[in-house]
Design a protein around this ligand. Sequence first.
Ligand code: ADP
Ligand code: MG
Length: 266
Amino acid sequence: MDQAASVRPDPSTATLPEDVSPLVRMRHLCKWFGEHEVLRDISLDVDSGEVLAIVGPSGSGKSTLLRCINLLEEPSAGSLNVGELTVEFDHPVKRRERKALRQQLGMVFQSFNLFPHMTVLENICLPQRRVLGRKRDEAEAVAKDLLEKVGLTDKAAAFPSNCSGGQQQRIAIARALALDPRVMLFDEPTSALDPELGLEVLSVMFSLAQSGMTMIVVTHEMSFAEKVSDRTLFMAEGKIVEAGPSADVIRRPQSERARRFFRAVN
Ligand code: ADP
Ligand code: MG
């Protein structure tokens, strides 16, 4: 590809063309913590089946952006669509809006947050019974199927404390998937793990991506971003600085800010 062809017209545009109707659409999202503007006018689309990686320096607002999508943080302004649901942040979010939104989203955190006093199987069954009202048998069948998918069939009766960090994170992924989300959100899912255990989690995420799941992944794993995600978004100081096909953003960043970041992490 020659130099001119590789120049993206507007590298900070994270929205899709008008004829695409995305699964997640964010418009002019802002988040203030007191006087501190942490997200500045973020507009972003994620298409169904797409894997979006979000990268950037610490403190740039990546976690806040994810947390705003499932309303763990309430945005200060802007709007958010997930599927058919629209939430405008010109009024406090209503309980029914929060519930309807969260039903479509699964989230996996850096710390796995499993219930320590329950077995692995119970960890995956409980949310299904509470949130979806599934009967015990059905919840167990779903849980066993997912444990097989994440390669942990033999851990069903174990307690989290008897599982490695990588296993616990795979269980957390299975637990989120058990609620049939349309979109999975990951906030640095491998940052707390040794590289080897991180790899087994990345491999589960890779299979999930292959299966067509829509995923938004905050990560420091540039090779994962480059190989698995369709698009990468580089954030700094609460703004989208660059967005585009992952290889372009990671290999050929256009701004000095992004170049500096990728030089340091690669
Ligand atoms: P990242 O995930 O990119 O490291 P964060 O979204 O965690 O960044 O944080 C972005 C900025 O918002 C940071 O300056 C952080 O200190 C601030 N921040 C995050 N959460 C809160 C909060 N609950 N209250 C006040 N400030 C916060
Ligand atoms: Mg973070």
